[in-house]
Design a protein around this ligand. Sequence first.
Ligand code: COI
Length: 355
Amino acid sequence: METQPPQIPIEKTPNSRLRELDRDEIPFGKIFGDHMLTATYAEGKWRDVKIVPYGPLELSPASSALHYGQAIFEGMKAYKSGAGEPLLFRPRDNFKRINQSADRLCMPPIDESVFMDGLAALIRLDADWIPNKKGSVLYIRPVYFATDESVGLKPSDSYKFVILTCPVGAYYSHPVKLIVTDQYVRAFEGGTGAAKVAGNYAASLLADREAKAKGYDNVIWLDGIHRKYIEECGTMNLAFVIDGVVVTPKLTGTILAGITRDSVLTLFRDWGIPVEERAIAIDEVAEACGSGTLTEAFGMGTAATIAHISTIGYQGRDLILPPVTERKLGNRVLQALEDIKTGKCEDPHGWIDRV
Ligand code: COI
């Protein structure tokens, strides 16, 4: 970030918890950095932007987000360069996407200065929370929700925006087993599938729980009309390598336009690897697996990074994919992204922001 952000008031914690962090044992999303950014929207304006010690918020039980779900979020990560400098990966894309989600839920846009300058100030302050251990990073969770004290159904007039951070290890520590659900549907055209709204994730939990009870890590969602075409996994977008072509579901408004997805497709195109964004039937994947032309399948997400898929449960049987050591494209793109994010190699697309 080149411009000097305006001063954001900072109340520093007198009791840093950093020394308690066990860097060898970092679970995903359960330990929080020392500080958080908070901002309020009221009377048509963003105000009271500040950084305070991480802790509970005061919230009325009538807060409209709790009742009618005007709540959206983002996920992003901060890395450290070899020289110890904090680096953010494509934060402006998260800023754009949170405002697209806000628009879908009738929430006012967040000011760029609130999001971008607030983020930079917070990461600068808590830079020591970025773990400098391979496989661990600082996950950043901006969350934005309605706070009107009212149970009348209407868009709220007041909101809270918070950015909190958590040092995290891998979201999936092993190649994932996914199961296709034909019972539940994540999104329909015209719905909220493309927005990062909290309700999408709430609605996925039952299918996820049932998948886990059967020994899978998560669900592959199919389209709501034909129950035939692959959508996404819920924690990540999906890609399949069939006959040397990287095939991924097209963005039709029912799946999230993942920033990792876009980065992966961009790198593959840079490398001259054929990429198709199109409708992909689960039967096509099953047939390709049977004939040996499906060489790789992986998820793409901020939390998940590149998650190799080992098994796809479909119609009562398991499709078993080739060993992870043979996954040339997935492994190559995972390494290339890691190298860009940590400043180890050139950043030809200007994805890195230095804070
Ligand atoms: C992310 O990848 O950042 C997400 O928000 C997915 C969430 C399930 C952890």
